[in-house]
Design a protein around this ligand. Sequence first.
Ligand code: GTP
Ligand code: MG
Length: 214
Amino acid sequence: MHIKKAQYIISSPGHEKCPPPDRPEYAFIGRSNVGKSSLINMLCNNDRLAKTSHTPGKTQLINHFEIESVSKEGNTDIVKWYLVDLPGYGFAKVSLSSRRKWEQMIEGYFRKRGNLAHAFVLIDARHSPQKIDLDFIKKLGLWQVPFTLIFTKADKEKQAVVSKNVKLFMESLRTTQQFLPQSFVTSSVKKTGKNKILDWIQDMNEDWSNSNVF
Ligand code: GTP
Ligand code: MG
């Protein structure tokens, strides 16, 4: 897939305020500071599209980006879809009431957003499996949201450690999941994993247009 255009549309406090659900949508979620916004920028070739920060908790609303893509460079058949940057979980410095607000917003979004095609759950590749990520994945299962795992920040750790962490994560999932999800290893700094993820979205966009008529 080749992205022709990517632009910020709107930040919404809840699913009711999101743009009309007239095209497939892909949501990026994961622990605060895991690299969601950086990954979105890498995929779209634009470092200033989604706001990134060293301080966890930067993204606080549901952020929609409109993407126009073609299957290959030179093709003229433009496909439009949404990419969504979501606020992360596990940010230590939040009050209980902000956490509840986050939980309601996220649950409402995942359960009610009719055009949500797929979620990408980002996991820090430097660490062994964390309960907070496994718990979130369990919730996605409960809400019946199909998802893919993206292991981030691979440039910050030795390849052998990354591979071991991916393997351990998959083993932890095996205890609760009937089928293991697709997974990718990325680095937003080195731009690794970009084409594989874009091609995966392209496949899902094709499935979407075969099964949905707007
Ligand atoms: P919140 O919006 O706060 O939940 O964070 P986020 O998940 O959107 O993370 P963000 O993209 O803002 O990145 C957090 C920090 O990690 C920034 O300092 C990024 O530069 C850094 N970072 C993100 N991805 C990578 C990566 O692949 N490699 C390295 N080395 N640093 C990364
Ligand atoms: Mg962010």
